[in-house]
Design a protein. Structure first.
Length: 340
């Protein structure tokens, strides 16, 4: 599926040129890699007329802007959804009927609509930039929750929150410096196996639903796994569109829809069971860091050399730590539990 190679049509070449422009405006890390001769896609791009898969500075800028817009919409979405999820009856946990209850809540409907509008922007960001940059930028949705809590509830922003924001911002800067993340061919079975594993993780709470004694943490991890699957599937959808593989694109779109349904159900159930300080750090951390770490399994790789790899990993560590710290702040917790 992903590993199939065929001569690209003019339309496909146009999409690829739009998606990954060939540019000589490279970051310092990328330029150093080229001077050392460490260019995993350059030689391949010169053979057979293939296009270089490393994003240019303009690609990174466009991807960042789209990811910022997506993060802003997701901020509003999760705030409105969490406000209503806390009021759901316990009998509806992990049941499709939970959606039937929430769809009658205007705030939840507005929040869900905003979340749906955020996905096309996320897809656009992933079409122009690597997972290792786009997903951490999505972590700025937590910063948006902090700002909303301060404005709506008057919660003060403490030193710990400021440190967390600085860690997220610093991590994103490092990831932008190491942004020349390229792509490589992978076996069609590898991404399928990866997504299957994430699917199993997201469905575990449903298998244990009859056992009783559920806690919020497993539900939060399951939601994070589902949202990770959405990010990876969106990358594969972009790849399929670039190859004009329309049937494959439909399959990935169906996977995205299924993962969104499972993720939404487990997330809303988790928010009903526990405070946001328990649920939010798990979900945000998993969906921010896991897609970037799993990117090689869907044809992307972190960095083009040892130095850029170290920069990317350091950036991911900073973003992950900042997200976990910020999601536990009083401002975010009070905002997301205000409807309880």
């Amino acid at each position: 599926m992903v590993s199939q190679r065929r001569a690209p049509s003019e339309v496909t070449r146009g999409w690829q040129q739009l998606r990954w422009s060939r540019s000589h405006s490279l970051s310092g890390t990328r330029a150093q890699d080229l001077r050392r001769g460490d260019d995993p896609c350059g030689a391949r791009g010169r053979r057979g007329g293939d296009l270089c898969n490393c994003p240019s500075v303009s690609d990174v800028a466009l991807a960042s802007l789209a990811a910022l817009g997506s993060a802003a919409l997701y901020t509003s979405a999760i705030t409105l959804q969490a406000l209503e999820a806390r009021s759901a009856p316990a009998a509806l946990e992990l049941r499709p009927a939970l959606f039937g209850f929430l769809v009658r809540r205007p705030r939840w409907v507005v929040g869900t609509t905003l979340g749906l509008l955020g996905w096309p922007l996320q897809a656009l960001a992933l079409a122009f930039g690597p997972l290792a940059l786009v997903q951490p930028i999505q972590a700025l949705s937590v910063v948006g929750l902090l700002a909303a809590g301060h404005r709506i509830l008057g919660e003060p922003i403490g030193l710990r929150s400021l440190v967390a924001v600085a860690a997220i911002a610093g991590g994103i800067v490092l990831l932008a410096l190491g942004a020349p993340t390229g792509t490589s061919d992978v076996s069609g079975a590898l991404p399928v196996a990866t997504l299957a594993g994430l699917g199993v993780c997201s469905l575990v709470p449903f298998a244990r639903a009859r056992g009783g004694g559920r806690s919020a943490a497993p539900l939060a991890f399951a939601a994070g796994a589902a949202y990770t699957a959405i990010a990876l599937s969106t990358t594969l959808l972009d790849s399929a569109l670039g190859r004009s593989a329309w049937l494959v694109a439909i399959v990935w779109l169906a996977v995205i829809g299924a993962a969104a349904a499972v993720g939404g159900l487990t997330e809303m159930s988790a928010f009903r069971l526990a405070a946001a300080t328990v649920v939010a750090p798990i979900i945000f951390s998993v969906e921010t860091v896991a897609p970037a770490l799993l990117a090689p399994l869907v044809g992307e790789h972190l960095g083009t050399g040892a130095q850029s790899l170290a920069i990317d990993l350091a950036g991911l560590a900073l973003v992950g730590a900042g997200v976990a710290l910020l999601a536990r702040s009083r401002s975010v917790a009070r905002l997301m539990a205000a409807g309880a």
